[in-house]
Write a protein that binds this ligand. Structure first.
Ligand SMILES: [Zn+2]
Length: 193
């Protein structure tokens, strides 16, 4: 079973809000989502600028229930080039500085929601490497095509570890097969020149 993806949720981008001047205290804005048929966007998220933060309000529907979510989000800033500052949200749950927050029954960052980035738009090799690394992390190997197995993670059953390690080896082999295919293709191209 895959993780939920960042693209599954509405999100707030602090840089976007700043650019649009929506972080200013006293400002009250309704943000909409563009309708697919080009109709007027319907307002979904209310943003109210406050002192040192913004208040966000929206309705969240799940299991046939509509919930009115209201959340204060604190802001932070860091210095960047030419004396400008760049804004950050502080995640309401982990309080880390983040540029993006995701909206569901609460507002929090990608890590708190355990969201993965979508990988369907990358090439075959990248996707295979991504999967290999994802599995490698579960069994404690270092990233890369030459790293050894290290040790069985605490609490993981031997059988399970062996099964995952074998699967990891298969994934590495498929990465190498893909690379091999690319190299062969290149060799054929060289022969034709
Ligand atoms: Zn967080």
């Amino acid at each position: 079973m895959g993780k939920a993806l960042t693209t599954d949720f509405l999100r707030l981008d602090v840089r976007h809000l700043k650019r649009e001047g929506l972080l200013i205290a006293g400002k009250n804005t309704l943000l909409g989502q563009p309708e697919p048929n080009g109709a007027e966007p319907k307002p979904l998220i209310q943003i109210m600028g406050g002192q040192g933060g913004v208040n966000v309000r929206y309705f969240w529907e799940a299991g046939g229930q509509k919930r009115d979510v209201v959340q204060s989000i604190y802001l932070d800033s860091s210095a960047c080039h030419y004396g400008n500052t760049r804004p950050w949200f502080l995640c309401p749950i982990c309080e880390r500085r983040v540029a993006l927050l995701y909206l569901s029954e609460n507002i929090s960052c990608r890590k708190c929601k355990k969201l993965a980035y979508p990988v369907q738009n990358v090439g075959k090799l990248t996707r295979q490497i991504y999967r290999m690394h994802a599995l490698g992390r579960r069994i404690g190997t270092k990233p890369g095509l030459t790293s050894d197995l290290r040790f069985r993670p605490k609490g993981m059953h031997v059988r399970r570890y062996q099964k995952l390690a074998l699967l990891y080896a298969e994934k590495r082999l498929s990465v190498l097969n893909t690379i091999n295919g690319y190299v062969n293709k290149l060799a054929q191209q060289v022969m034709k020149t």
